[in-house]
Design a protein around this ligand. Structure first.
Ligand SMILES: C[S@@+](CC[C@H](N)C(=O)[O-])C[C@H]1O[C@@H](n2cnc3c(N)ncnc32)[C@H](O)[C@@H]1O
Length: 242
């Protein structure tokens, strides 16, 4: 990966401000994640790549106990300002072993973070480890056809490939590198890590956003944007009795 890429510390405030009320995050991605999570009262949820914590906050408002992790200290500082001292937030990189015991969480939400990772295998193994048997991993990622067909045509849809671009938020430009995976590479990674796939979704933005974003809404409602998964940690099979 281009090491100069994806430095959220350098544009944390501008990214978080944009994410707060825009169409793509506030009226499309976040409502879709919350919809997939459903009733969460009393559940212990890990928000993996929590950023400034908007999903953490929304899940907490719905009665969950949420722990957030992120590899950017600046994003975590913003999450801390939003969430106060009573929420567990930890600096952690999803490429490393996670600082939690086995079977700690009922659910993991990973919102728009897995496409920063070249190799999903160690990360999914860790997320599987910290989930209780039967626990859910709820994921949103960049849709694999975006980079292939729309943003910057790539030569091979079926390969895992990276692509880089500049993102500008509130006047700050950041160099980003995403890892684009074809659908089969995502489903193979989930099942290979011990998850069964419950649902794959290409949801619609919140219809109420049409009035707020008359110029952007139609494209959001008709083109691929993100892909969403709910996968479940398969309980270990019972040991065969002699
Ligand atoms: C697009 S933002 C999404 C933030 C949040 N999930 C949301 O939806 O508002 C991606 C976040 O993933 C974090 N991130 C990127 N790579 C990471 C990694 N390897 N481990 C942990 N967090 C990572 C970034 O610091 C950033 O906060």
């Amino acid at each position: 990966m281009d090491v100069a890429s994806n430095d959220y510390n350098s544009f944390a405030e501008s990214y978080a401000a944009e994410n707060e009320n825009n169409l793509v995050n506030a009226h499309y991605e976040r409502p879709a994640m919350l919809d997939l999570a459903g009733e969460v009262t009393g559940r212990h949820i890990l928000d993996a790549g929590c950023g400034a914590g908007p999903l953490t906050a929304a899940l907490r408002e719905r009665g969950a106990t949420v722990t957030g992790i992120d590899s950017s200290a600046a994003m975590l500082n913003l999450a801390r300002q939003r969430l106060g001292e009573n929420v567990s937030l930890e600096l952690a990189d999803l490429r490393d072993r996670l600082p939690f015991d086995d079977e700690t969480f009922d659910d993991v939400v990973a919102s728009l973070v897995l496409h920063y990772l070249q190799d999903w295998e160690p990360t999914l193994a860790e997320l599987r480890r910290v989930l209780k048997p039967g626990g859910r991993l709820i994921v949103s990622v960049e849709h694999p056809v975006i980079a292939y067909m729309i943003q910057e045509p790539l030569p091979n849809y079926l390969a895992v490939n990276s692509y880089s671009f500049d993102w500008t938020f509130g006047g700050k430009t950041a160099h980003m590198t995403f890892w684009r995976r074809p659908l089969h590479a995502m489903t193979d990674a989930f099942t290979g890590a011990g998850f069964c796939i419950s649902l794959i979704s290409e949801p619609q933005p919140d219809p109420a956003a049409r009035e707020l974003f008359p110029d952007e809404f139609e494209a959001m409602a008709t083109q691929p944007n993100f892909l969403f998964f709910v996968v479940k940690a398969v309980p270990p099979s019972p040991i065969a009795k002699p």
